[in-house]
Design a protein around this ligand. Structure first.
Ligand code: FE
Ligand code: FE
Ligand code: FE
Length: 227
């Protein structure tokens, strides 16, 4: 039995020796036993009849049109996020106490302007206007950064807080660009995939640089100022 099946069997308290028949596999995934939350939810939306026939809906593939829509929506999300970051980075560069951190934020501001241009090109490839839609995730992450700037103004811990806020932004972007790059590949848009990969590389390099700053420069400075 494959490792994944053994784990599923354990979770669902099924005997490990259950044969991997299609019906047993569906049972292990929780679609057939009479009491699983999945089945109750499924019955609410589809009724009790034809449960097994409807099971296929859990594994249906999106149509190309749906996949393209999802790609477009996520592109608008990151377009909004990048433009929000362009407005936020100068404030963070100004607030940072360490010269290295100010320089890192300014460097990434320039990169971010180039990233928006890449997104413009991706919009062109899919034949849609370059337009964002509000991303509550980036609004929340930058709001946290603004709170840190306010609450720790003039304190030795400020830069460590700014670094943490900036890394949260990079991690959000890395997640978005990784997804978009993969979807672009799956949709057969290799030019878009390579543009998105270039930005993903920059975001990962920035995250790495911020990690280095967090461990070397900032923590030492915070300690020195305390001493
Ligand atoms: Fe970015
Ligand atoms: Fe978002
Ligand atoms: Fe970034």
């Amino acid at each position: 039995m494959r490792a994944s099946l053994r784990i599923a069997a354990r979770i669902l308290h099924q005997p490990r020796t259950a044969k991997a028949t299609p019906r047993n596999l569906r049972r292990q995934r929780g679609f057939i036993s009479g009491t699983t939350p999945q089945l109750r939810a499924h019955r609410r939306t589809h009724g009790q009849e034809g449960e097994e026939k409807e099971i296929g809906c859990a594994a249906q593939q999106p149509t190309t049109e749906e996949a393209s829509d999802l790609f477009h929506e996520t592109l608008k999300d990151i377009y909004f996020a990048e433009n929000k970051i362009i407005k936020t980075l100068p404030k963070m560069a100004k607030a940072a106490q360490s010269k290295e951190l100010t320089a890192a934020f300014n460097k990434h501001l320039k990169e971010t302007q180039g990233q928006v241009k890449r997104l413009d090109q991706v919009f062109k490839i899919i034949g849609k206007p370059a337009r964002g839609k509000p991303c509550e995730a980036i609004n929340g992450i930058t709001e946290e950064g603004a709170e840190i700037m306010k609450d720790f103004r003039g304190m030795p811990a400020l830069d460590a807080g700014l670094l943490a806020a900036a890394q949260a932004v990079e991690h959000y972007e890395i997640s978005r660009y990784g997804t978009l790059r993969t979807w672009a590949e799956q949709l057969g848009m290799s030019d878009a995939a390579s543009l998105l990969q270039q930005t993903l590389d920059e975001e990962e390099a920035t995250d790495h640089a911020l990690s280095e700053l967090a461990t070397s420069v900032i923590n030492l400075e915070a300690e020195e100022e305390h001493a």
